[in-house]
Write a protein that binds this ligand. Structure first.
Ligand SMILES: [Zn+2]
Length: 304
């Protein structure tokens, strides 16, 4: 479980600042390395964060505004330069396929990596990615935009007292988990009898949207929610007009959706003090709150 974490590569909306690179987020999830919204400079931020091109197994682009995708040409070409041996699917809004093609072939390079376009064409589209199900939901922004969430498969939590009651311990526990049952002195003990349902971990990525039902659908019971909070409440009218969230709205989404750890990011450069985002979100959300900074690592909380 400890191998599931968010590596923050960049946190600025629209233009970078001295402290904040354009967007970029890597989700390490067991053997997957999913790169979300590579903005300009993502390649160098990866170097600073200790992420190699080979770590990338998938890319998800929410939409084709520059601060979310202009790092894609560098990433695509780096995959070839480093001879990354595995395929790297790239998800993006299908309506932006023209932009994807231009970014994919932005300049001359020796194109050998297996970069696969897997566009998102419908709201709620799901991709089975081995580590779980990746689901895309349409968001509310001036251009076609999708948020994503990753749902790990549900599992079973072994109950110590039940195991003890049957006298099951050691390697027999593993055999029971593997086979779904265990024959014990002529009696069959089922896995269900000594365990309970455990929901799989959930990660959600909500970027560039006004408040809408799908924001809540993506955030629902997320263990880790990464969500844009471009504006503060003083600019709530402007946020709604241009299809963005305020920190307070992000906090309310987290509270109403049962989120466990909330990561705020995508900050407008007009506000010098990031603590104000935290203060506004905290008024709505009492759970674990992180104001993202570049190169920060945020573990996905284990399911309880
Ligand atoms: Zn945008």
């Amino acid at each position: 479980m400890s191998s599931r974490e968010l590596v923050v590569l960049g946190t600025a909306s629209q233009v970078p600042t001295r402290r904040r690179n354009h967007n970029g987020y890597l989700l390490r999830w067991d053997r997957e390395g999913i790169l979300f919204d590579p903005g300009e400079g993502t390649q160098r931020q990866m170097l600073l964060a200790g992420v190699s091109a080979t770590d990338l197994t998938r890319v998800c682009v929410t939409h084709f505004h520059g601060d979310h995708c202009l790092g894609l040409p560098g990433i695509v070409q780096r995959l070839s330069l480093d001879r990354v041996p595995h395929p790297v699917p790239v998800h993006f809004p299908a309506g932006g396929a023209g932009y994807f093609e231009r970014l994919r072939h932005a300049s001359s390079f020796h194109d050998v990596a297996d970069v696969r376009a897997e566009p998102v064409g419908t709201d709620g589209q799901r991709f089975d990615i081995g580590a779980g199900v990746l689901e895309a939901r349409r968001l509310r922004h001036p251009v076609e935009t999708y948020g994503y969430r990753l749902l790990a498969p549900d599992g079973r939590r072994m109950l110590r007292d039940r195991l003890d009651a049957y006298g099951i311990s050691g390697p027999a526990v593993g055999a029971l988990q593997r086979d779904g049952h265990l024959d014990l002195d002529g009696r069959r003990v089922s896995l269900e009898a000594v365990s309970e349902h455990r929901r799989g971990q959930r990660f959600a990525f909500v970027m560039d949207t006004g408040l809408c039902d799908n924001v809540f659908a993506l955030a629902e019971e997320a263990d880790l929610l990464v969500i844009e909070s471009t504006f503060l409440s003083v600019d709530a009218a402007l946020a709604a007009e241009v299809g963005h969230l305020t920190a307070a709205q992000a906090g309310r989404v987290a509270a109403e959706s049962g989120v466990r750890r909330l990561v705020l990011t995508h900050f407008s450069q007009r506000y010098p003090d990031p603590e104000r985002f935290a203060a506004e979100a905290r008024e709505e959300f009492g759970g674990d709150l992180v104001v993202a900074d570049d190169l920060m690592r945020v573990p996905v909380p284990p399911t309880v």
